[in-house]
Ligand binder design. Structure first.
Ligand code: SF4
Length: 470
C-alpha cells in the first residue's frame, strides 16, 4: 500500500476557500472555553505545581519510552489483547484493513481519534470497500461536510448551528431546524443504527497506562464507550507518545486535561479499557487490537528540544488562546492538527520541506506557553524550527539564500559582542539617513525590501543607550 500522507494543504490553496465567518464562530467558542478554564484553574491553588509535575511525568516517559512501551505491550497481551507496531501511516492503515478483512467487516464505527486522522484511515477503509462512520457529533458533522477537523477537541468549531442545519438538510434529506438539541437528536437516531450494525469499533486513546496495559478514553458524548463495547472487535490506533507510566501519573494528567480543554473539572465520560469481554454476560468486544503508531515520533525523540512536542496531551488550550488561530481558523494550518501545537508538530512529522511556512505563522507572543498544562515550550520550538527551515539540516536543504544566512550570522555575532553592537547602532542611522522620512523608512532597496513592500520601517536610532543611561 502506498503512503498517501502527507495530505498537507498549502496555505495559498486554503485561502481560496476561507469561509467568511471563521473568526466569529471560532472566537465565540474559544473564548467560552477560556473563560471556563480560568474559573476551574482558580479553584486549584496548586495549579502551577501540577503543571510542573505533569511536565516532569511526560518528559520522564519520553526519555524512557522504550521501557514503558515494552511494559505496556506485555500488559496488553497478558490482558488478552493483540499489539501491533506501525512504523508509518501506510502500515497502520494496512493493519486495520487486514483485521477488518479477516473478519469480513463491512461497517465500522469510529470514536474521535486524531491518530486515525493522521493516518488517513477513513479514506483507506473506503478504498477497501469498508464503510466507516464517525460517531463523535463534531466528527459526524465534518464527515458529512467532507472536510477534516478545524480544532483538536471541537472538530466543527468553525460552523454555526444554521450551517449545520443546512448541511443536515442537504446531505441527510431531513428537516433540520437550527436548534442544537434537535440537530443532536437527528445525529443520534442515525448513529444508533450504525452502532447496532457495526462489526468493528475503532478508537484512539488519550493515554495508555503502561503499568496495567489500560487504554484511557476521555469523551463528553459517550460515543467512545459505544464504539469500544458494542462491536465484536475493538481496534485502537494510538501514537507511541500517549503512554504514561502508571495510575498516579494519570491522576495528575486527568486533573489538567479537562480543565485546560473545555474548563470542566472532568469530562463526562472517562473510560478505562483493560481487557476484552470476560464472558458473554458482560458484553464488550471479543477481540482487542492495539496499533502503536510511530510515524516519525522516534525521529522527533532524537532532538532534545523537538522531543518536548510529544509531551502534548492534546487539550487544545493553546489553540483557544492563540491570536493567530482565532483569526485564521484551523484549516489554515494545512493538516489535521492546527494552532500552535500544529505549527510545531506538523513540520516535525512531515518535514520542514513540506510544512515550512508553519513555524513562521506565529507572533511568538507566548500565550500558548503560559497556558499549556504540560509546559510544551512552543515558542522555543518554533524558533528552533525556523532556524531549521532557513539553515537546513541533514534532511532538508536551507530555504534562505547564502547571503541571507551570512547576514543572519553576522547579526547574531553583533548581538553577542557589545562593542560591535554599539558600533552597528551608531553606524546604521548615518547609513540609512538618506532614506529616513520623519522617523520612518518608507522603502528599502531590494533585496532588503520584503518588509517595506507592505509597511514602512521605523528609522534606526542610536538613542536607546543614551536614554537608558539618563
Ligand atoms: S501543546 Fe499544550 S496547550 Fe497545546 S494542545 Fe498540547 S498540551 Fe494542550
Amino acid at each position: 500500500m502506498t503512503d498517501r500522507t502527507p495530505n498537507y494543504i498549502h496555505f495559498s490553496d486554503y485561502t481560496k476557500h476561507i469561509p467568511e465567518n471563521i473568526p466569529v464562530a471560532v472566537q465565540q467558542a474559544t473564548n467560552r472555553f477560556l473563560g471556563n478554564r480560568e474559573a476551574r484553574v482558580a479553584e486549584l491553588p496548586n495549579w502551577q505545581e501540577l503543571r510542573q509535575v505533569a511536565h516532569e511525568i511526560r518528559l520522564h516517559t519520553l526519555e524512557n519510552l522504550d521501557f514503558y512501551l515494552t511494559q505496556l505491550e506485555r500488559q496488553v497481551v497478558q490482558n488478552g489483547g493483540v499489539v501491533h507496531w506501525a512504523a508509518n501511516s501506510a502500515e497502520a492503515r494496512a493493519i486495520v484493513i487486514d483485521i477488518a478483512t479477516q473478519h469480513q467487516v463491512k461497517t465500522v464505527v469510529k470514536a474521535k481519534s486524531m491518530a486515525s486522522e493522521e493516518i488517513g484511515l477513513n479514506e483507506g477503509l473506503s478504498e477497501a470497500g469498508i464503510q466507516s462512520f464517525e460517531t463523535d457529533l463534531g466528527e459526524f458533522i465534518i464527515q458529512l461536510a467532507g472536510v477534516g477537523p478545524s480544532h483538536i477537541i471541537v472538530p466543527a468549531v468553525h460552523l454555526k448551528k444554521e450551517e449545520i442545519a443546512n448541511l443536515f438538510a442537504n446531505k441527510l434529506g431531513v428537516e433540520a431546524p437550527p436548534e442544537p438539541v434537535q440537530l443532536t437528536a437527528i445525529a443520534r437516531n442515525i448513529l444508533r443504527e450504525k452502532f447496532l450494525k457495526a462489526e468493528m469499533g475503532i478508537s484512539g486513546a488519550n493515554f495508555l497506562i503502561a503499568e496495567t496495559g489500560t487504554l484511557v478514553i476521555v469523551t463528553n458524548e459517550g460515543n467512545g464507550r459505544m464504539c469500544t463495547t458494542m462491536p465484536d472487535i475493538h481496534v485502537a490506533v494510538v501514537g507511541i507518545d500517549k503512554v504514561v507510566p502508571d495510575w498516579d501519573s494519570l491522576t495528575v494528567l486527568l486533573k489538567l486535561l479537562a480543565r485546560s480543554a473545555t474548563g470542566q473539572k472532568l469530562s463526562t465520560y472517562t473510560s478505562f479499557i483493560s481487557a476484552t469481554s470476560r464472558g458473554s454476560s458482560e458484553g464488550g468486544p471479543k477481540e482487542f487490537h492495539l496499533i502503536l503508531l510511530d510515524n516519525g515520533r522516534t525521529r522527533i525523540l532524537h532532538d532534545p528540544l523537538g522531543r518536548e512536542t510529544l509531551k502534548c496531551i492534546r487539550c487544545g488550550c493553546c489553540l483557544n488562546v492563540c491570536p493567530v488561530y482565532k483569526n485564521v481558523g484551523g484549516y489554515a494550518y494545512g493538516w489535521f492538527i492546527s494552532g500552535p501545537i500544529g505549527a510545531i508538530f506538523t513540520p516535525q512529522i512531515l518535514g520542514t520541506h513540506i510544512a515550512q511556512e508553519l513555524p513562521f505563522a506565529s507572533s511568538l507572543c507566548g500565550a500558548c506557553v503560559d497556558v499549556c498544562p504540560v509546559k510544551v515550550p512552543i515558542t522555543e520550538i518554533l524558533l528552533h524550527l525556523r532556524q531549521r527551515v532557513v539553515e537546513g539540516n541533514q534532511h532538508v536543504k536551507p530555504s534562505a539564500p547564502l547571503w541571507i544566512r551570512s547576514a543572519g550570522k553576522i547579526g547574531t555575532l553583533a548581538f553577542q559582542i557589545p562593542w560591535l553592537y554599539q558600533l552597528g547602532t551608531r553606524l546604521l542611522p548615518f547609513l540609512t539617513a538618506p532614506l529616513n522620512k520623519r522617523g520612518w523608512i518608507p522603502s528599502l532597496p531590494p533585496p532588503f525590501n520584503r518588509w517595506t513592500r507592505v509597511r514602512p520601517f521605523p528609522a534606526f536610532s542610536a538613542r536607546f543607550r543614551k536614554w537608558w543611561s539618563k
